[in-house]
Design a binder for this molecule. Structure first.
Ligand code: BES
Ligand code: MN
Ligand code: ZN
Length: 502
C-alpha cells in the first residue's frame, strides 16, 4: 500500500482526481463563510439533517457537483481525536471496499488534524483493507492501493504520518506471520524471516539452533522443544539506531509456532487457534520491521525462543524436572504451561545486554483472556516507571493495556517438593501466577511482561491476527528515543557514557 501526505485545502480536495474521496466531517460547526464545492456540500448535507452526528455515520454521494472524484463519502469524525478518526476511517474505508476504488483521497483538512489523528488515519486505512492471501489463492487481494492523505499543513503532521506508515509495515508483518498456519510458519521459517529483516539498515540477526541452545544451558526451553520433529530456533536481533554503548530495550517474544499442550494435551475444539501462539514473536518481528523504516535513535534487542509444543514419545512428561539457564530447577507439572518455560531462559539470556528495560510479550494464559478479554493486554511490572511508560504508550497508540498485581503471595502455589519451583499454581489468578513464575528469572532487571493472549488475535467469523501490540511497542520505543535525545549525554555524543540512557 502506498501512502502520500499532501497539504490540501478544502478547495483543492474537491479537484483531486481519485477513485473516491473519504471526507472526515467533524462535529464542530462548519465555517459558514467557506466557499467551494466541499464546504458547501458538507454545509448543505448537515443543514438538511442527512448526516447524523455519531462517529462513523456516513453519507455516500455520487458525482456531486464541483468534484473531480466520482465517489465522495462523508463520514462523521466527532471531535477529531485520534480515537474518533480511527473509528471514522475504519467505517469509511470498509464501505468503500469496491472494485473501482484503488486510489483514495483521505481528506482530513476540514478540521485541524494533529499528528496523532493522521497516524491513526493511516493505520485505520490499512487495517480496514487488509486481506490475508498467503495460503488462500481464492481470496480477493486488497483492492485499495494508493492513499493520498490531505491535511491543512503537511509539514506539521509529517512525524505522525511517518510513524503511521511504519506502523502499517510493522502491524502487517506481525499479522502475516501470526496468521500463517503452523506448517507455513515453523521455527525455521520464522528465523528466515528474521534473517531477511537483518539485511535492512542497522539490523543484525543471529539464529541459534538446538546445539547452541544446549551449550547455553537452556534446559527449560529444550524440554519444551523435545516433543517436536521441527528443530527449535533462538532468534537474536539487534537494531542499533542509538548511540554506541547506550543500553538497549530488550523485547522477548514467545514463539510457540503451535501449542498442542504437549502430553498435557489440549481439547480438540479451537485447537487450530494455537497457531497464533507465536503472536509475541510476530510482534517483535513486526516492531523491527517498523524500526527499520523509521530509524529512530535507540538501541533495541529482540529475542525469540521458538519451537512447537507437541506430544511424542520423546516429549517432556508431567513431573519431569529440568534445569533452566539460570540454574534454578523446574518441576514441569503441566506441559501446557510451556510459554513460561521457553521465556524464562530467554529472560536469563537478556541480562547479558545490560538492558535499559526488558519487556516480554506472550500469548501466555487463557486466564488473562478471562480477566481482560480482547480489549486490553495484561501488563505486569516490578517497576512503576516502566509500567507507567508502557501504559501511556498503549493509550497513545490506541493499543491499550492494564496493569495487574505481582504480590508475592501469588507465588505461593509455585512451590514444589521436587524442584526450586513448579511451572503451574492452580487455576486461581492464572495470569498473575504465570507472571510470578517469569519474575523469578528477571532478578534485578527492569522488567515488564505483556500477556497478549486476549488481544493478539480475534476468534469467530473475523478470525485472525490483530498485529497487537506492535503499536504499543513502537510508541514506547519512540518515546524512549525522544527522551534519550532530550538528555545531552545520549544525543549523538561522540563518547557515549556507559549509562547514557540512565
Ligand atoms: N498458549 C496458551 C495460552 C492461551 C490459551 C492463549 C488460550 C490464548 C488462548 C498457553 O500455553 C497455555 O496453554 N496456558 C495454559 C496454562 C495452564 C496450563 C496453567 C492455560 O492458560 O490454560
Ligand atoms: Mn500451552
Ligand atoms: Zn502456549
Amino acid at each position: 500500500m502506498d501512502f502520500e501526505l499532501k497539504s490540501l485545502s478544502p478547495i483543492q480536495a474537491a479537484s483531486q482526481v481519485c477513485d473516491a474521496l473519504l471526507v472526515l466531517v467533524p462535529d464542530a460547526s462548519p465555517d459558514k463563510r467557506a466557499t467551494g464545492a466541499l464546504p458547501e456540500l458538507v454545509a448543505s448535507v448537515i443543514r438538511q439533517g442527512d448526516l447524523d452526528s455519531g462517529v462513523g455515520k456516513q453519507l455516500s454521494c455520487y458525482r456531486p457537483v464541483g468534484f473531480k472524484s466520482a465517489r465522495v463519502q462523508l463520514v462523521r469524525a466527532g471531535d477529531g481525536s485520534a480515537a474518533s478518526v480511527r473509528k471514522a476511517v475504519l467505517a469509511g474505508v470498509a464501505s468503500l471496499k469496491q472494485p473501482g476504488v484503488k486510489k483514495l483521497g483521505l481528506v482530513l483538512s476540514l478540521f485541524g488534524a494533529g499528528a496523532d489523528a493522521v497516524r491513526a488515519a493511516v493505520q485505520a486505512c490499512a487495517e480496514a483493507s487488509y486481506v490475508y492471501t498467503t495460503t488462500k489463492p481464492s481470496a480477493k487481494a486488497r483492492i485499495l492501493q494508493q492513499v493520498v492523505v490531505g491535511v491543512g499543513q503537511a509539514s506539521a503532521v509529517r512525524a505522525g504520518f511517518d510513524a503511521g506508515r511504519a506502523l502499517v509495515t510493522g502491524v502487517e508483518f506481525a499479522k502475516e506471520w501470526a496468521n500463517r498456519p503452523a506448517n507455513h510458519a515453523t521455527p525455521a521459517m520464522l528465523a528466515d524471516a528474521a534473517r531477511k529483516l537483518g539485511r535492512q539498515r542497522n539490523i543484525k540477526t543471529e539464529v541459534l539452533g538446538p546445539k547452541q541452545v544446549e551449550a547455553l544451558g537452556m534446559g527449560s526451553f529444550l524440554a519444551v522443544a523435545r516433543g517436536s520433529a521441527e528443530p527449535l530456533r533462538f532468534i537474536v536481533m539487534q537494531y542499533s539506531g542509538g548511540a554506541k554503548g547506550s543500553a538497549p530495550v530488550v523485547l522477548v517474544g514467545k514463539g510457540i509456532t503451535f501449542d498442542t499442550g504437549g502430553i498435557s494435551l489440549k481439547p480438540a475444539p479451537e485447537m487450530d487457534e494455537m497457531k497464533f501462539d507465536m503472536g509475541g514473536a510476530a510482534s517483535v518481528l513486526g516492531t523491527f520491521a517498523a524500526l527499520a523504516e523509521l530509524q529512530p535513535a535507540i538501541n533495541v534487542v529482540g529475542l525469540i525462543p521458538s519451537c512447537e509444543n507437541m506430544p511424542d514419545g520423546l516429549a517432556v512428561k508431567p513431573g519431569d524436572v529440568v534445569t533452566s539457564m539460570s540454574g534454578q530447577t523446574i518441576e514441569i507439572l503441566n506441559t501446557d504451561a510451556e510459554g513460561r518455560l521457553i521465556l524464562c531462559d530467554a529472560l536469563t539470556y537478556a541480562a547479558r545486554f545490560k538492558p535499559h528495560s526488558v519487556i516480554d510479550i506472550a500469548t501466555l494464559t487463557g486466564a488473562c483472556v478471562i480477566a481482560l478479554g480482547g480489549v486490553r493486554s495484561g501488563l505486569f511490572s516490578t517497576r512503576d516507571d516502566l509500567a507507567q511508560a508502557l501504559y501511556k504508550a498503549g493509550e497513545a497508540a490506541q493499543d491499550p493495556c492494564w496493569r495487574m498485581p505481582l504480590d508475592d503471595e501469588y507465588a505461593e502455589g509455585l512451590k514444589s517438593s521436587f524442584a526450586d519451583m513448579g511451572n503451574v499454581a492452580g487455576r486461581a489468578g492464572g495470569a498473575i501466577t504465570a507472571a510470578k513464575f517469569l519474575q523469578k528469572f528477571t532478578a534485578e532487571l527492569p522488567w515488564a511482561h505483556l500477556d497478549i493472549a486476549g488481544t493478539a488475535w480475534k476468534s469467530g467469523a473475523a478470525k485472525g491476527s490483530t498485529g497487537r501490540p506492535v503499536p504499543l511497542l513502537l510508541q514506547y520505543l519512540l518515546d524512549q528515543a525522544a527522551a534519550g535525545k532530550a538528555r545531552p549525554a545520549a544525543a549523538g555524543a561522540k563518547k557515549p557514557r556507559k549509562t547514557a540512557r540512565g
